[in-house]
Design a protein around this ligand. Structure first.
Ligand code: ADP
Ligand code: MG
Length: 562
């Protein structure tokens, strides 16, 4: 057989990805995937090269959340793979579709532990943290392997999939005829899963008995792109709703039915709660007292059957995809079936008003140096002219305050620490969001959070992405150390100038010490459409230990029990 009739694993991987509409890859180059990345780029796939695999993986994961197509990250073996695993585990935890493809070393040597370059049994290491993990051992299986990865990542409850590609498979030759026949174009990778009509009827019946109904919308609802169906249902029933943080903007935060500013009251007093794409995990206090009352009954709409009853008994489970489920609710709902509960709505309205006034007082104070509230007011003022900006948000206090202060008006525009409450997603999410949306991104990050992915500022500058990073710099994790004392475990360098990092890479650095200046530089940075970093100087005494989740510190938790 002549050479012209042969192809190899490198080409087959690229062709299989292209055939399935994968047009963007994130990663870090090295043995054995460098030529794979070169070829992908030459074949028209956009490639974003990062400085650390964790950020590349986070970019892939958030691309998956934003597009409903698995985001793809490629890494080298062993350490590169493990760096990427943090992002893959985070994607699985958050139900984002993502595929981590790592090159791996010689299987015969790895399996006998004979000591190869970057030796690791990657597939088995990945299994506990991934929704699925596969290895491709023969070039003729590349098409099937990629098809299985795409389907596993995006169908049902989405998640992170690991795909192991041995160096040997990449380099193996295959005749073109066999190769062509081996490719698989995935048909309908995430088919609708409509709920059973009985489940829909049971849910509507339960809601019809409610005096004080409440809908809680989670990021699964945002992901489902059922914006019109959900809005129609919420507005037709007139029930108050609470968005989880990444569901902010699914209905606008200034919607009259939003109960966000009266969250504890609404949760504590609702008699029927409808969970839509939100888990009753720690972010909702597991549905337990004292936040929740014992008597509350639940409707839960979720694509994953095993999510039901995970923390509280669910009276009306609706297992199916949210778009189909809400379409069915809207079809089933008879006018007036779920009565408007005037007393309930009034009481929520009053509490909202009180809390909004209280917050306004904090926001309008103008201390020097700035605190979290005043600095966020300044950033918010810069954002009002740009509702289409994507917000990335991480940190402890920076996350807690920004979630409340920065209103969202569009769905899927707030990307944050998510289910784990994790730090380090910032720059990866920012690059991924800019890459797949082409829209400006503003990353509002604590100084400690920024440190985990800060080197990706070079990535942002290299690709000239419209990302403005605002570092809330209070000299530490939670807060800064007092002057003239040795650094404590939570302290970071006093008066660090993060703005000078971006200047090293040709981006615009700004140093903001007061609110008018902060508003001005953030506005300018967004308008420029170019990479910028704002060092926002925050009072080192302003933060609180562990932000709003102090109760999770073992010492505080123990103190509460005694
Ligand atoms: P939040 O943190 O915003 O409360 P979670 O990540 O805890 O949200 O919950 C998201 C839920 O949404 C998961 O239980 C997941 O199974 C579910 N989910 C994801 N996609 C869909 C979908 N298309 N239809 C229904 N449920 C979905
Ligand atoms: Mg800090």
């Amino acid at each position: 057989m002549s050479e012209a009739e042969m192809t190899d694993g490198f080409h087959l991987v690229v062709e299989a990805l292209k055939l399935n509409g994968i047009d963007t890859i994130y990663g870090v180059a090295g043995i054995p995937i460098t030529d794979l990345l070169r070829l992908a780029q030459a074949e028209g796939i956009r490639y974003f090269g990062f400085r650390h695999e964790q950020s590349a993986g986070n970019a892939a994961a958030i691309s998956g959340f934003l597009t409903q197509k698995p985001g793809v990250c490629m890494t080298v073996s062993a350490p590169g793979f493990l760096n990427g695993m943090v992002a893959l585990a985070n994607a699985t935890t958050n139900c984002f579709p993502m595929i981590l493809i790592s090159g791996s070393s010689d299987r015969a040597i790895v399996d006998l532990e004979q000591g190869d370059y970057e030796e690791l049994d990657q597939m088995n290491a990945a299994k506990p943290y991934a929704k699925a993990a596969y290895r491709i051992n023969r070039p003729q299986d590349i098409g099937t392997g990629i098809a299985r990865a795409i389907r596993a990542a995006s169908s049902g409850r989405p998640g992170g999939v690991y795909l192991d590609l041995t160096a040997e498979v990449l380099g193996s030759a295959l005749d073109i005829g066999t190769a062509k026949n081996s490719l698989v174009k995935v048909v309908d990778p995430a088919p609708p899963q409509p709920p059973a009509p009985e489940a829909v009827a049971r849910a509507i019946d339960l809601l019809a008995t409610a005096q004080r109904p409440l809908a809680i919308l989670g990021k699964g609802a945002a992901y489902a792109r059922a914006d019109a169906e959900i809005r129609s249902f919420v507005e037709t029933t007139g029930m108050p709703f609470l968005p989880m943080s990444m569901a902010k903007g699914l209905l606008p935060d200034d919607h009259p039915q939003s109960a966000a500013a009266a969250r504890s009251y609404a949760i504590g007093n609702a008699d029927v709660v409808m969970l839509a794409g939100a888990r009753l995990n720690w972010l909702l206090s597991h549905g337990r007292p004292p936040l929740w009352s014992e008597g509350t009954r639940f409707v839960q709409v979720d694509i994953s059957p095993t999510e039901i009853d995970s923390n509280r008994a669910i009276a009306a489970p609706v297992v199916g995809d949210i778009k189909s489920a809400f379409a069915a609710f809207n079809r089933t709902l008879k006018p007036g079936r779920i009565g408007r509960q005037a007393a309930w709505i009034d009481e929520i309205g009053k509490r909202k008003q009180q809390n909004i006034e209280r917050m306004a007082a904090r926001l309008n104070a103008d201390p020097s140096p700035m605190n979290f509230s005043s600095a966020l007011r300044a950033v918010r003022n810069a954002l009002t002219a740009h509702p289409d900006v994507y917000i990335v948000n991480e940190g402890a206090n920076t996350l807690d305050f920004a979630r409340n202060v920065i209103d969202m008006s569009l769905p899927r525009h707030r990307l944050d620490s998510g289910t784990w409450g994790v730090m380090g997603v910032g720059m990866g999410y920012a690059v991924g969001a800019a890459a797949v949306t082409g829209k400006p991104v503003v990353a509002i990050v604590g100084d400690s959070a920024f440190g985990f992915s800060g080197m990706e500022i070079e990535t942002i500058c290299r690709y000239e992405l419209p990302v403005t990073t605002v570092v809330f710099n209070n000299n530490g994790i939670y807060r800064g150390d007092p002057p003239d004392k040795p650094y404590s475990p939570t302290g970071l360098l006093r008066d660090a100038r993060y703005d000078r990092i971006i200047e090293a890479f040709g981006g615009a650095g700004h140093h903001a010490t007061d609110t008018p200046n902060l508003t001005r530089v953030v506005s300018e940075a967004i308008a420029s459409g170019k990479p910028a970093l704002v060092n926002a100087v925050i009072d080192p005494t302003a933060g609180t230990e562990s932000g709003h989740i102090q109760s999770l510190n073992p010492r505080s938790a123990a103190a509460q029990k005694t």
